[in-house]
Design a protein around this ligand. Structure first.
Ligand SMILES: [Zn+2]
Length: 261
């Protein structure tokens, strides 16, 4: 949220050398150690921010017998993104609940948690939870995704206390000793390179029985630079099921992986 109270659509995290080093250090300081050891591979398709078109992703995952996760940034509620179009609203949340998908938190202002003091991070995520409740979402919110994947060790500790899982954007799948407050995830996009990376990661996860998050934003036949083609999600979901995986929303994924009880 900018000072004027409008949602921020154009923020880009710092690319300075210092920020890059801090990012690397944060990545290696595991805040909430957990063991990921599912009996079957788990694939969690997740949608961030999130535009209403992400419900196309819900359709695809349901058609394959699974559920997905939707990380809601509450200052976007009812807004129109200049890039991704109509964002989720109270009705979208109700529909997802009714269909058995999971609504997760994603901060209120799409906060860069690496650049804010911990008190600000706590307040912003608290506002996120209050806003979701005011929008009629009264279920316990137990999944969180860091905006831009940006975080600090202190923020990871706090998120690990409040939520069952915190998802980042570091590429890879989760297996064995894992930081449940900075779970790895693979971005889905429209390019052939995105498709190949996703496929390679999926095959490795199926083979080694890990827990793989995919993340994207809008979903459609012609997605934006932030989104993924419906066709790609269909292809990945079908292959995952064929390879013996369960398509689970984040918190169920955490239970099936043995990360939480
Ligand atoms: Zn986001």
């Amino acid at each position: 949220m900018t000072q004027s109270g409008m949602p921020q659509w154009n923020y880009v995290p710092s690319r300075t050398p210092v920020a890059k080093v801090q990012r690397r250090v944060t990545q290696w300081r595991r805040a909430c150690l957990a063991q990921v050891a599912p009996d079957r591979p788990i694939i969690s398709f997740t949608f961030d921010d999130f535009p209403k078109s992400a419900l196309n992703g819900a359709d695809v995952i349901e058609a394959q017998g699974g559920k997905a996760g939707f990380y809601a940034c509450s200052s976007f509620l009812g807004q129109r993104s200049p890039v991704m179009g109509e964002m989720f609203d109270a009705e979208t949340l109700a529909e997802l609940r009714q269909r058995g998908h999971e609504v997760g938190a994603h901060s209120h202002t799409h906060l860069d948690c690496a650049q804010a003091r911990l008190e600000r991070v706590e307040r912003d995520i608290g506002e996120n939870l209050v806003a979701l409740a005011e929008a009629g979402h009264h279920e316990t919110v137990s999944a969180f995704a860091f905006p831009y994947g940006e975080t600090t060790y202190a923020a990871k500790r706090w998120v690990g206390d409040v939520f069952a899982t915190g998802r980042g954007v570091l590429p890879g799948f989760n297996l064995g000793e894992t930081d449940r407050s900075q779970l790895r995830a693979v971005e889905l996009g429209a390019s052939e390179a995105h498709r190949r990376r996703a496929m390679v990661m999926l095959e490795a996860c199926l083979r080694r029985k890990g827990w793989l998050f995919f993340f994207t934003h809008d979903v459609g036949a012609a997605p934006t630079d932030y989104g993924a083609p419906t066709e790609l999600i269909e292809e990945l979901a079908a292959r995952a099921v064929d390879g013996g995986a369960i398509l689970a929303a984040p918190t169920l994924g955490a239970v099936l992986s043995g990360v939480i009880d």
